[in-house]
Design a protein around this ligand. Structure first.
Ligand code: SAH
Length: 393
């Protein structure tokens, strides 16, 4: 087996079971491993640390498959996928509906693999060279899960470019799709654009936070910024919001949000196709106010290198939100930037409240739903950070 040998001292993070080997940690490569090939990772003194997938073009040069000596073959993937499914079963994720994250990358022991279930369709995303090489085995593993009638591939994320991989999407296993699937989540229905939507089509991580918004919404004027296909909007309408304004820059997403409102027999909301930064400023200048505001922006900082610019962007939108909240109002605010820690995010939000001149407290921290596990020693796995804040009455 080909090997990478680490520089002295660079085995530390691997010994703590952090699953990435950065190019700068490698002293030399033994043999000529191909893209995605399984290699051995050795410390400088020759101790075998892990088996990993080799990514010749990426800064993350290898991602660990196993710390032990399990053979990396097709059955390895079907076992890991089956194990991921049984963790979801143990947690009864299906009680919330028929959509869930089936495989959550590193945290399910499958770096570079994401799979979401939408009814009887599994949507698979392959994001790095290792799983690209095992694509057939991964598709088979998903297709073998009970209740799965097809596997649809959405391997078209930008991160594939960093690995030198071409985009690919379409049916990978099973019967053709009868149309975009409609999923059920906490008693609501959502149409999911698995072929054209973001990522695999829907943001399952926010499931329980959307339910929390539903509880807060009765009789309230609600603003949902970065609304996408209406995950939060539809919940607020079901919860009896008095008025709802949803803002997103994507016309396609807003069309689906409108359709989702209809699908659930809910009253129409106001949908505004606009840049949320500009809209927030404009609404504030118009003297508008709200009882509940949701801010669920896209990733501003993929890595820590972008943290400063991202911090300013988070500060801006949270500042405007605080300025428009009525006394006793709630702000549900999120960051899904890997480069912004929970601690930094809290500081940014606290700074925004201070500058807005409001007293606010954190009612509770918000997290991704339980089908989005986080491996210990892989802090990058906890990408979604959220705060529910209440402005003093
Ligand atoms: N809250 C949603 C997910 C939000 S995803 C849910 O629960 O489903 C982020 C959204 O922000 C996307 O729909 C994207 O179109 C939108 N977006 C990105 N940049 C934007 C901008 N500058 N102004 C408004 N919307 C933006």
């Amino acid at each position: 087996m080909n090997k990478v040998i680490l520089k002295p001292g660079r085995e530390k993070s691997l010994k703590r079971r952090h699953p990435w080997v950065f190019s700068g940690a490698i002293a030399h490569v033994e043999g000529r491993p191909e893209s995605g090939e399984t290699i051995e990772v050795d410390s400088a003194d020759g101790a075998r640390l892990a088996l990993a997938a080799y990514s010749p073009q990426s800064q993350i040069r290898a991602r660990v498959w196993t710390w032990g000596d399990a053979e990396i073959d097709a059955s390895f993937f079907s076992r890991r996928i089956a194990d991921a499914a049984s963790a979801r079963a143990a947690l009864h994720i299906d009680e919330a509906g028929d959509a869930m994250r089936l495989v959550h990358g590193e945290s399910d022991g499958l770096p570079g693999v994401v799979a979401d279930r939408y009814g009887d369709t599994a949507v698979m995303q392959i994001l790095s060279a290792g799983p690209e090489r095992w694509r057939e085995a991964i598709a088979d593993g998903l297709y073998a899960l009970p209740g799965i009638a097809r596997v649809w591939e959405r391997s078209d994320a930008d991160v594939r470019e960093l690995e030198g991989l071409e985009p690919r999407s379409g049916l990978a296993r099973g019967s053709p799709l009868p149309g975009s699937p409609v999923i059920h989540e906490h008693g609501l229905e959502f149409r999911v654009g698995i072929d054209a939507g973001h990522k695999t089509g829907f943001y399952l991580d926010q499931r329980d936070n959307r339910l929390l918004l539903r509880k807060l919404a009765l009789g309230q004027d609600v603003l949902d910024c970065f609304s996408y296909t209406g995950g939060f909007t539809i919940n607020a309408l079901r919860g009896g919001a008095k008025s709802l304004l949803a803002v997103d820059s994507s016309a396609l997403a807003l069309d689906m949000a409108r359709e989702n409102a209809k699908l659930n027999g809910l009253p129409d909301a106001s949908f505004l196709e606009a840049d949320a930064f500009k809209s927030l400023r404009l609404l504030r200048d118009q003297g508008r106010s709200f009882d509940v505001i949701v801010l669920d922006p896209p990733k501003f900082a993929p890595t820590a290198a972008h943290a400063e610019r991202a911090s300013r962007a988070y500060k801006d939108i949270n500042l405007f939100a605080f300025k428009m909240l009525r006394p006793g109002g709630f702000l549900m605010t999120f960051s899904c930037s890997g480069g912004v820690s929970a601690e930094l995010f809290q500081k940014i939000v606290a700074g925004a409240a201070l500058d807005a001149g409001v007293d606010a407290r954190i009612e509770t921290w918000l997290h991704a739903a339980a089908d989005h596990p986080v491996t210990l020693n892989f802090p990058e796995g906890e990408y979604l950070k959220g705060l529910l804040c209440r402005v003093a009455a």
